[in-house]
Design a protein around this ligand. Structure first.
Ligand code: GDP
Ligand code: MG
Length: 690
């Protein structure tokens, strides 16, 4: 019978026991030479096992696969050019975190990988306990514990090598990989399609790897690229990343890789002896503590909300006065008390509508600033880590928490962000509950209502916090129900990354904060503008007849006009339905607008209570709310807006990402029904006590 031949490369850090393993595998059948053109020793040896003839190559020991040293280049070139059937990463498991760094780079090269956890005798003595299977899933590699110096685990290693070599080449393509965070992934996505122009290169190295190396400013790879577009895109990417992080991309990339390794370590290694001393680890002992971790996270969020309210006030006054002045200025073109529809359209509809939304920009900016600080410092990754424990209990993976965090900004990118979940059922469940992450567009509703009924800044922050917590809790509860019923299934294994803490840079914070705030402003200038005009028309027409208005004072006349208008009639028609929630026709009218975009609710309340044109602003509106409604009603409005039907943009993106109207409509009606039931219960029960 003809023997099947395999080539296997051994890679590893210096002193990981690579040569010892090599000797144990090959015995005396060795040959020593040099790699072509360089004076780096090349050791080859063969081994016969189970009908296979295996050629082992002992690669030079390296810590990394960059192009810093000749050893690294030789090792990398061998793997890329000679296509060994299997690469064995020999790691010193008594020093696992440092050693796995090289393994992550092999993972990125997409080679068939086997991990040899060598020095397992030392590791055991030091109190480490490895979950080999789990480590294996994270690296898509069979993982074997070995003691090279005693020949322990060598047969198992051979079995694993053969099993790996016989595996379908891409049994799990891209299932595991290091993710580099939004900023770097964005640049990679720009470079990858360009890299395709250099077919030979892209084929040899893989697009992602190539793009990553370019960003890492790898000299060898840069020298290979000849397309100007690629080099330009790379230079642009490097500049963007440096701007945001204040550090070169290769530093950030390395950090993320360590984050990956720390994640593996945290999830697959137990240590009976506490001996990790790095600063990040010390901080994490507190922040990731089983008992305190979650309360600390909730406290952090509370502080962010407190800052959102207290620091935003002066800036809001300024914007408000600005729009008030603008309204007055434009009004000045008509004579006093003019009934001109054009004046009303511009002043009440456009300036009032858009202004009513823009006023909340300071809140938005501050909230996103707070979130950016938590994200850029590395804390959010910990939050996801903490939530992982909760999420697993409800049948979702901690990774679902990442789109959920994005959902605090806007549900649309959040739903797109669920693409990182490749199991369809958990992805669908995540999409369904995402709108419960209170998005930025709901913030103006809270920012209007909370100060109307609650005075101290502690109370305000608490109410806001409460709303967010209700949203998240309900999301988790619904996920649990979905995963137990319609979307039952197993959750796959994913790695949670734990990058080291780093001081956020001012520029990075500004850029991240601005990206999101700009989205809000742009929306105010486009969608909200259009809706404001439509809503203005709906509340202004048809006009109440002059005969009916005769004899009424101004306030009564306004009320009558509103009741006569299309929106007013819709609100009135809704009244019997929404009354059990404590809402009247005016709130109903505003809710109609909120369907299109949540922020419109606020502008619409302004129109309904006809403030805004006189420059009275938000405080006047809040006074009116206080006079007309109870705090319970105010809370119920927030609750309903939080839970009920997501805006049309969410509906559209949900249909696109699930590729079915069925799910989009299910989400829309399901959430609205739940909102209705919960709000009715809260209002009815609350009314009993007040
Ligand atoms: P290389 O630099 O990766 O080729 O490492 P070597 O194979 O030269 O090994 C370095 C040292 O570690 C040698 O003294 C080996 O005897 C020792 N060694 C290798 N494997 C093990 C192991 O599993 N346990 C222990 N305790 N020592 C080992
Ligand atoms: Mg050696």
């Amino acid at each position: 019978m003809k023997k099947k031949k395999l080539t296997v490369a051994l890679a590893g850090n210096p002193n990981s026991g690579k040569t010892t393993i090599f000797n144990a595998l090959t015995g005396a059948r060795q040959h020593v030479g040099n790699y072509a053109g360089v004076t780096v020793e090349k050791k080859e040896g063969t081994c016969k096992y189970n009908g296979y003839e295996i050629l082992f190559v002992d690669l030079p020991g390296t810590y990394s696969l960059t192009a810093y040293s000749i050893e690294e280049i030789v090792a990398r070139d061998f793997i890329v050019s000679e296509h060994p059937d299997v690469v064995v990463a020999v790691v010193d498991s008594s020093n696992l975190e440092r050693n796995l760094y090289l393994a992550t780079q092999l993972l990125e090269l997409n080679v068939p990988l086997v991990l040899a956890l060598n020095m397992s005798d030392l590791a055991k003595k030091q109190g480490y306990l490895f979950d080999n299977e789990k480590i294996g899933t994270f690296f898509n590699a069979h993982t074997i514990s070995t003691v090279g110096s005693k020949g322990k685990g060598i047969n198992e290693l051979l079995e694993a090598i053969i099993a790996k070599a016989e595996e379908e080449p891409s049994a799990q393509p891209d299932r595991v990989r290091v993710t580099y965070g939004e900023d770097i992934e964005k640049e990679l996505a720009k470079i990858e399609p360009l890299v395709d122009m250099e077919h030979a290169l892209a084929e040899k190295y893989g697009r992602r790897w190539l793009s990553l190396k370019l960003l890492e400013q790898d000299k060898e790879i840069i020298a290979l690229s000849h397309k100007q577009e690629v080099l330009d895109a790379t230079a642009g990417g490097i500049k963007n990343i440096e701007k945001i992080y204040g550090d070169a991309p290769e530093v950030i990339v390395a950090e993320k890789r360590y984050g990956f390794v720390s994640g593996v370590y945290e999830q697959a290694v137990k240590h009976t002896v506490q001996q990790r001393h790095q600063i990040s680890d010390l901080i994490d002992m507190v922040l990731l503590n089983r008992l305190f971790g979650l309360p600390i996270f909730l406290l952090m969020m509370f502080l962010v909300f407190k800052m959102t309210f207290s620091a935003g006030e002066p800036m809001m006054k300024l914007i408000e006065n600005g729009f008030g002045w603008l309204g007055g200025f434009v009004s000045g073109f008509w004579e006093q008390g003019s009934e001109s529809p054009l004046r009303s359209l511009i002043v009440d509809g456009i300036i009032g509508g858009v202004g009513g939304v823009v006023v909340f920009l300071p809140n938005i900016i501050l909230l996103f600033l707070g979130i950016a600080v938590l994200e850029d410092s590395g804390y959010m990754a910990r939050a996801a880590f903490l939530m992982d424990r909760v999420m697993k209990k409800v049948g979702l993976h901690g990774r679902s928490f990442i789109p959920m965090m994005i959902g605090f900004g806007c549900s649309v990118p959040a739903i797109m962000g669920t693409r990182i979940l490749d199991d369809r059922k958990s992805r669908l469940a995540t999409i369904m509950i995402l709108p419960l992450m209170s998005c930025g567009a709901r913030l103006p509703i809270y920012a209007l209502i909370i100060p109307a009924f609650f005075t101290s800044s502690g109370q305000k922050a608490f109410m806001m916090w409460l709303i967010y917590v209700i949203g998240v809790s309900l999301a988790i509860l619904l996920a649990l129900i979905l995963r137990k019923t319609l979307l039952r299934g197993e959750t796959g294994v994913f790695l949670m990354e734990l990058p080291p803490y780093r001081m956020p840079t001012a520029r990075g914070l500004l850029i991240h904060m601005w990206e999101r705030s700009w989205l809000y402003l742009k929306k105010a200038g486009t969608v909200i503008l259009a809706i404001s005009i439509v809503m203005w028309a709906l509340t202004s027409y048809p006009k109440a007849g002059a005969d009916k208005l005769a004899g009424l004072d101004e306030k009564q006349a306004q009320q009558l006009q509103l009741r006569t208008s299309i929106a007013g009639r819709a609100g009135t028609a809704m009244e019997p339905l929404i009354e059990p929630m404590g809402f009247d026709y005016r709130i109903g009218t505003a809710l109609v607008g909120a369907l299109a975009a949540k922020e419109v609710f606020v502008a619409q309340m302004g129109i309904v209570f006809s403030v805004g044109d006189s420059g009275e602003g938000m405080d006047a509106l809040r006074t009116k709310l206080r006079d007309n409604y109870t705090p319970l009603q105010g809370f119920c409005v927030m609750l309903f807006c939080l839970i009920s039907a997501p805006c049309v943009a969410t509906l559209a993106i949900c249909r696109r990402e699930t590729n079915s109207w069925k799910w989009a409509i299910f989400q829309f009606t399901g959430l609205t029904t739940i909102a209705y039931i919960i709000t009715v219960i809260v209002y009815q029960v609350g009314s009993l006590f007040s």
